[in-house]
Every structure is written in C-alpha cells, then in structure tokens.
Design a protein around this ligand. Structure first.
Ligand code: AMP
Ligand code: GLY
Length: 423
C-alpha cells in the first residue's frame, strides 16, 4: 500500500514510524514532512494547509490511504476533498473537525448535551464581553474562538488583565479572525490529563493516557508552548476516573456529534481536568496531540494502519487497540529561546536509537550536502519506554543528552510531577 501523511512535525514522524511496522506498507509520502524523516518517508514540499496542492498531488500519485494529522487541514476540509477522489482517510471531515475549530461550537455542544466543562459565556461584541467581566471574579479564562496555535488561551489573574485580553483579541486583532468571537470561562483547578481516543462514530477506544508539560521552563514556569515533553500513562487517570470519563464524557461526545449530524471519525483528543467535582473537558482537539503522540504510539501494541482503516470504514469495534503495560517519556529538545525568538540552521548530531528508544524529528531540514540542520523551535523528541516511569524518564534523558546542536535546550523535569503523584 502507498500512504500519504499530511503534516511535518514530531507527531507525524511518530505516526509514520508506527505505520511502517505494517508489512503491507510500501511507501509513505509526507506532505511536507521534514528533512529529519527523509529516511522513513518521501517528503514532498507541499504545505499542510495547501489543500488544492494536496488534492492535485493525490490525483497524480498512487495513494491508497491518507492520514491528515494537523488541525488546520482538517478544519479546512482536507479529508472531505480527498474522499471526493475516492481516497479513504484517517481524520474527521470539516463538519466534525469544528469540535476543535470553534471553541464556541464545542462549549455549546457540551452545554446542550450535559458534558461536564467549565461554565462559560460566548461573545461576539466586545462591549458585552467587558460588561460581563465586571460581574465576574478572577482568576478567569479568556479564549479566542478559533485556531490560534495553542496560544489563544489567557488565564487572567485579575479582571483588568481579562479585559486587556478581550481587547487584544477583539479589537487588537491579535489572533486575526480566530479572535472575533471570545469565550470567557470559569477557572478550574486540578491535574490535567490528555486522552487520545480512536473513534469511528460507533465505538470509542481510548489510547493510553498521557501528561503534557506545556510551559517552557522547569517547574511549569515561563511561556506556554506547543508542549515540552510528555509521559504516559498519566498517574492521575485512575481506573475510576477512566470509567467516569467514558460514561460522562467520551460516549456522550460521540453521541452528541452523531446527533448533530457531525459524526466524528479519527482521533479525538480530550484535554481533561480532574477537578474536585470530577473530570471536566478543558478542550477537544480533532487530531492526535503533539507531543502526546510521541509517548502514546510507542506503547501501542496493535497495528496502527489496521486501526486507522477501521475508523474510516466504521469497523473499529472489530479491531484490537492494545497498549503495552509500560511507561514512556518524551523530552522535547528545542532551540533556546523557543517559543519566542530563536536561531536555527545549526548542524545536528543524533544518537543511535535502540529497541526501546526513538528520536522523532519535528523541526529540521537537509541542506544541499545532506547535512541535517535545525529548522524550528521544537527540534525533536527524545523518547524512551521502560517497565517503570523512573526508567523511561532516565532513558529519555540519556538520549536527549546525546543530541547535539548549538543552541539545544530542554526542560530537566519532564515526568517529575507524575513521579510525585505516584509516590
Ligand atoms: P488550551 O490551549 O485550550 O489547551 O489551554 C491551554 C491551557 O490553559 C490548558 O492546558 C489549561 O492548563 C489552561 N486552561 C484552559 N482552560 C482553563 C480553565 N477553564 N481553567 C483553568 N485552566 C484552563
Ligand atoms: N500538546 C497539545 C496539543 O497537541 O494540542
């Protein structure tokens, strides 16, 4: 089989390596991929948001199955367009991807179908949003409605800060169209858990849970990033919590999407907070998370392509989704200065990986001489699995320490919160 994977980060590298384990896979095109995955896929210089070019490529190349990984092409209807060509796809159609594409939509869905989430109000007029804030107390959360690269969420410590955030989004155009509508919601507390789940619209099969580390600096300080590291499973996701999530959140969400005629097929990401009142949804994503995928897929025992095909054709109930009874840790090695200003273009030296370690490349390119150069903020994920969480953390850090490029930076405390929670 010939596959096409849309996207070009660490998540896509993890997906591609896992898909390669299936002996039926002959070739994989990555659009655009990146220089660091050139050994695992044929990288094609077409951007993930360029739907017409993706469609043209798919028309002129043998593609038996497509995986659309990032949020933007999903929300823009990439799956819809590829399906029109008769190409089966992993990923939701645009009408279902809206669950991530519009926070106003997802909040209204949860309210209507009684799915636990933070209380909220939605505003399209700035004056009304500012007036509403006068009636609220801090801390309070302000969110841009649309996609904002994970940066559209402001946790305001004071009402004045919240008003500033509303003005930045609605008048300042800070997030473009994404900020024309804002959601203002109650501040929740409790540990966060990420659960990625396969669904074909009939059944939902959750993957092993994980814990992201979103802040740039040790001790969860500094700016929010796309994610600086992950561990799986997440110790806060006990069997009891998992059961509640299935009954109160996962199944009701799938049913709600069906009832709205927006059947979701693909990977639905539940960003959860385990509050004193039980698990609540912080956000939905219509795709695999990154770097969550980099710890979840190495623990997957079952065949990824078989599962992905089953989500596309509605037979997920018949397919095994089994995970190893092990732990995994991903340490993101970034360019110093990320998520703000950083230099790139430095040659990289990578360590060898073994049976239980992986390097997933996110931001790299090959120069004309074939040297791999850094080319992004998050450069790679150093990933290891082991029988214990301690073991996985230690091995991932051993691997990260052997990665060399000039301005390499990584957090030193990935997994420490999880370890403390287990103790
Ligand atoms: P998001 O981009 O929606 O994942 O939000 C980024 C982060 O903001 C989340 O991972 C949470 O840590 C935090 N956050 C979002 N909404 C809330 C909320 N209602 N209460 C507390 N923290 C929140
Ligand atoms: N790591 C969070 C996300 O993928 O949105």
């Amino acid at each position: 089989m010939n596959l096409m994977v849309i996207g070009g980060g660490g998540r896509e590298h993890a997906i591609i390596k896992k898909l390669r384990e299936n002996p039926d896979v002959e070739s994989i095109y990555a659009l655009p991929g990146n220089g660091g995955m050139a050994k695992d896929a044929e990288c094609v210089n077409i951007g993930a948001k360029d739907i017409p070019a993706i469609v043209e490529f798919a028309k002129t190349h043998p593609v038996d199955f497509a995986v659309v990984a990032p949020d933007n092409p999903l929300v823009l209807g990439c799956v819809d367009e590829l399906q029109k060509l008769g190409i089966p796809c992993f990923g939701p159609e645009a009408k279902a991807a809206i669950i991530e594409g519009s926070k106003a939509f997802s909040k209204d869905l949860m309210k209507q179908y009684g799915i636990p989430t933070a209380k909220y109000e939605t505003f399209t007029e700035m004056d009304k949003a500012l007036q509403y804030l006068d009636t609220q107390s801090a801390p309070i959360v302000v969110k841009a409605d649309g996609l904002a690269l994970g940066k559209g969420v402001i946790i305001a410590e004071t009402i004045d800060d919240a008003k500033q955030a509303v003005q930045d989004m609605m008048a300042g155009g800070k997030f473009g169209k994404s900020g024309e509508c804002v959601v203002i919601e109650e501040f929740l507390t409790g540990p966060e858990v990420s659960v990625l789940a396969f669904t074909d619209g009939n059944v939902v099969k959750p993957m092993v849970s994980s814990m992201d580390h979103k802040r740039a600096l040790d001790g969860d300080k500094g700016l929010n990033t796309g994610g600086m590291g992950t561990v799986a499973p997440n110790p806060y996701y006990t069997d009891e919590v998992a059961q509640r999530c299935m009954e109160e959140i996962f199944l009701p969400t799938i049913r709600a999407m069906n009832a709205e005629n927006r059947t979701f097929r693909g990977c639905l990401y539940f960003g959860l907070m385990i509050t004193p009142d039980g698990p609540k949804v912080i956000e939905y994503n219509c795709r695999f998370g990154d770097p969550e995928t980099q710890v979840v897929l190495p623990l997957l025992e079952s065949d990824l392509l078989t599962i992905m095909q089953a989500t596309a054709n509605g037979t997920l109930a018949d397919v095994d989704v089994k995970f190893r009874d092990e732990h995994a840790c991903c340490v993101v090695v970034a360019s110093e200065g990320y998520p703000l200003k950083y230099d790139k273009g430095f040659p990289m030296t990578l360590p060898e990986t073994g049976a239980d370690t992986e390097i997933y490349i996110a931001g790299a390119k090959l120069d004309d001489a074939g040297t791999l150069l850094t080319n992004g903020g998050r450069v790679l994920g150093a990933v290891a699995r082991a029988e214990t969480l301690e073991g996985a953390i230690e091995k991932a850090y051993d691997l990260a320490a052997k990665v060399q490029f000039e301005n390499a930076y990584y957090r030193k405390d990935i997994g420490q919160r999880a370890l403390a929670a287990k103790a």
